[in-house]
Structures are given as C-alpha cells and as structure tokens.
Design a protein around this ligand. Structure first.
Ligand SMILES: C[S@@+](CC[C@H](N)C(=O)[O-])C[C@H]1O[C@@H](n2cnc3c(N)ncnc32)[C@H](O)[C@@H]1O
Length: 217
C-alpha cells in the first residue's frame, strides 16, 4: 500500500519543510518499520502533521479513529483535543495493542486515548458518543459501511477524514485492472461525491485523503 503520489524527492522536501516530527513519533515510526509487517500503513510524518494541524484547527472534544495500527495517527490527532477531550481508536489486531499502548503512554496521552480491541463493525455501535472528527483508516472493503455507521454520530459541522482514497493511483485504472480494494475505494469516493449532506475535498497527499464536513442530516 501507499506508493507516494508525488515523487519521493518532493515528498521528502515537503516533510523537511513541515514542523519536525516529535521524538516519540520518530521513535514509533522507526520501531514500526523495524518490527511490524506492512509498516507502510503508518500515516508518516507529512500526513501525520496535517492530521495534527486539522485537529488543532477543529479543537475536538471527541475523536473516533477506525484503524489504530501502532498508534501514529491517533497520537497526531490527539494533539488537538480539548483539555478534557478523548480519542477512541479501534484495531482488530491483538499483537499491535501493546506497542500502540506503549507509545500512547510515551506520548503522555494515556488519559486521552482509549484503545478498543476488536472488529470496528462490532465496536462502533458500543461507543455512545458524538464525534467532532472521525478518521477512517481500516479495511477498505468496509469504508462505505463505516461511513454509514458513523454519519449519525457526527454533529453538523463535524469532520470525517478517510485515508487511502487514491489507493496507489489504482482508482483511475479501468475497472478490470483494479484490485478489489481499489474498487471498494472508488465505490466509496463515488458515494461521497453523490452525498449532498457533506462538503468534501480529496487531497492528493500520500495515498489520498478525503476530508469531509457534515453540513446536513
Ligand atoms: C492502515 S492501518 C492504520 C494506520 C494508522 N491509522 C496510522 O496512520 O498509523 C489499518 C489498520 O486497520 C486495522 N483493521 C483492519 N480491519 C479492521 C476491522 N475490521 N476492525 C478494526 N480494525 C481493523 C488493521 O489491523 C490495521 O492496523
């Protein structure tokens, strides 16, 4: 997953001329790359800095993240939480939990981030909250389903962000050349385009980020 959409040289330049990665996030990035298969799934410095910036602009009370992995984007998004704010993050992989919780603690966020182990489809209905930001970054086949599940839990003016919406550029290929995941992502993007209850922009950063703002029930 995630061939950069722009050249590596330009992506590195953009990273270099953005706020530096914190020591904790740099260590998490490094350890994930050394120890975890599919480390490329981690948001990384540039996208992580954008998520932090968005969260600081919104100043959310509650955030929901679907797909914690090793905790990188959760730690980024939590930076903008109000003093008494909480971020809920969900992941299905038990073996990621210790590393994720370890870095949440190292980042001093153990009182602000709640990690839920399990299938997001089962967990989402059990979190009885409204969310100012939802970050969808788990199994691509379920993006459209997650969107429908969380939509009533987002107030008007709230944000939904979905990662990997360009799916390595596969979304522009003819359908017969697209993988199953790319087809699911294209289906999701088409659904979003048709949804008049939101304003949205597809940013070609990393693997593509769809940023949506709810304007109507
Ligand atoms: C792309 S990674 C998340 C990356 C993370 N948000 C970051 O930026 O560092 C996707 C994660 O979704 C998790 N996942 C996949 N299917 C899931 C499901 N049905 N429920 C919960 N988590 C799921 C995977 O275990 C994986 O850790």
């Amino acid at each position: 997953m995630t061939k950069p959409i722009i050249s590596k040289l330009l992506e590195d330049y953009a990273s270099q001329y953005s706020t530096s990665e914190s020591k904790t996030l740099a260590a998490l990035n490094r350890e994930t790359n050394i120890k975890v298969p599919q480390a490329v799934m981690l948001s990384g410095h540039l996208q992580g800095t954008l998520l932090q910036m968005i969260s600081k602009m919104v100043s959310p009370q509650r955030i929901l993240e679907i797909g914690a992995f090793t905790g990188y984007s959760a730690i980024c998004l939590a930076q903008g939480l109000k003093d008494n704010g909480i971020l809920h993050t969900i992941d299905i992989e038990e073996e990621l939990q210790d590393m994720c919780l370890d870095y949440i603690k190292k980042a001093g966020l153990e009182n602000k981030i709640i990690f839920h182990l399990g299938n997001a489809i089962d967990i989402i209905p059990t979190i009885n909250e409204q969310f100012d930001i939802v970050f969808i970054d788990a199994d691509k086949q379920n993006y459209a389903h997650y969107y429908d599940m969380i939509f009533p839990k987002v107030p008007i003016g709230g944000y939904i962000i979905a990662d990997n919406v360009l799916y390595e550029g596969e979304v522009v290929l003819p359908s017969e050349l697209q993988s199953k995941n790319a087809k699911a992502i294209h289906f999701f993007n088409t659904k979003i385009k048709a949804d008049t209850r939101i304003e949205h922009v597809l940013l070609p950063i990393r693997d593509g980020l769809m940023i949506m703002r709810k304007v109507n029930e």
